[in-house]
Structures are given as structure tokens and as C-alpha cells.
Design a protein around this ligand. Sequence first.
Ligand code: ZN
Length: 298
Amino acid sequence: MPTASASGSAWGRALALAALASAPLGAQTRPPSWAERVRATETPEVRRRVLAVNVGGTAALTLGRSAVEGEVHDLGDGARALAWGAVAGAGFYAAKRISGEGQPALALGVAALAGSLAENAATGGGPFGHLRVPLGLVDLRVRTPFATRSDGPALGVEMDPLVLGASVALPLWGAKPRLRRGVAVFETDDLGGGPRYRRQGRTVGRVVVIEADAPPHVLAHETIHRIQALQASAVTPGGTVGAFAPDARPTAAGGGVTFDVRTEWFYALNATLWTALVDYLDRWPEVEARALDEPPRP
Ligand SMILES: [Zn+2]
């Protein structure tokens, strides 16, 4: 029938037009591949964003911790916490870059210094009043001659229950404690992972597990995650569950040796929320680690 055929060709034309119109649209809205999404976060723009987030975020969180710890009494206190927090944030960014440049041990040293600045600014007593010295299973918090307060401990010995627990549990599962480029890690043969993205390293808090044959950038990547845990720790209010024997060995400068257990609740909360709410590739800690875990390409 002529009418049917005319109507049929009208439909055909409409379909052809729709197909033509939707072709570029389809090309634009096609979901990017895994590799494309990874490449999209390895650009100078993302690096600048990472720097801004480290500086701004650490400044804001240092001020926040300072307020919670009751150290903000006037505008000057707030400005000092913000300023030293920003300096610490730049230090954390530098540490992550240094890890990506292939010097993870130096990176952890710089991160410990940045962490000391942030926590000193947040807890009062002068930006260089205490120095955090990570010693594997424990951290020392050593009072320096720059401390502006004579109260508080001269030496703090802090334990992270996760590090202690992992040091006992992981060897039982066959992971061996090793030094890799000066960094303490647990080495294992196979961490599993999917076909798209073979997982060769895993970091929870400050505990790094790595495959024995993982290429160098995996250690750089996991060290960046470990620096993120240090960073979260430095701005965690009420970070320790309390001092044991604060006056056990009073020193001439006042205070004594304390033994603390760190809670790291802020890191745990942050990591849980990112994991629960955001797709793996889009989680900020992953974006940051991917953006910085290798030297920039020419
Ligand atoms: Zn990662």
C-alpha cells in the first residue's frame, strides 16, 4: 500500500537521522576505559589540584584539631595553626613527590617532619617543639630545645595498634618483614586482584604489604598511601588514648616519659567512607597516589 510504504520510508528517514544525530553523542557518552580513567589523573592539572588540597586541607584540619584541643584562644592562635598547617601540607605534598621520584625512605622522613609541624601547631608549644621520629613498631615524640612549654612529656613513646597487630599477624600468613629501599614492608608472593588491574601492593594505615616482584612504582604508590596515614594522624584530635606513667622519669626540663597508644580514628573513618561511597578509581587517596607515584612524563 502506498500510504504504508510512504509512512515506512518516513520512519526509515527518522531512524537514519536519529542514528546520525546520536552517533557523535554516543561517542561522547561512551564510558571511558579503565586505562583512560587512570591516564586522566596523571596530568599536571591533577598534580596542581593535589598540591592545593594538601595545603588547604592540612591547614583547615590543623586549625580544626587545634580548636578541638582547646588551643585557639584568639585570632592569632587560629592564624598560626592555619599557617603552619599550610606549611605542613606543602611538606606532605613534597614527601609524596619524593616517593614518586624513587626515594621512599627520604619521603617518609620529610613526611614525619611535616607531621611534626602540623601536630605541634595543633597542640600548642611551638611549631618545632617536638619532633616525631618513626622507629618501625613505635614512634618517638622527642621534645626539642625549641619547645616553648616546659609542661608535657619530654619524650613520648607512641604505639599504633594496627602496626603492632600486623607485625604479629602478617608473618603468620606468610608475609615476610623486609626492607625495600629503606622502607619497612611486608613481602608476599601474590596479592591477587582482578584481570584489569593486578594489585601488587596494599596499604592499610601505615602497614604496607607488597608483592616480592612488584616494580618500583608500586612501592612509591604504597608509600604515598602510608604518608596519607601519617598526614591523617597528625591532624587527628585526641589522637592517643592517654598517657601511661607521664611522670615516670621526670627530667630537668620538666615532664617525663609517656607511653601512648594512638587511635587513628580519623584515618579509619576517612578510609571507610571513601571505600564505601566512591568507586575505586575516583577515591581521592587513589587519585593522589596515582598522580604522584611516578616521575612526570616528558
Ligand atoms: Zn592505591
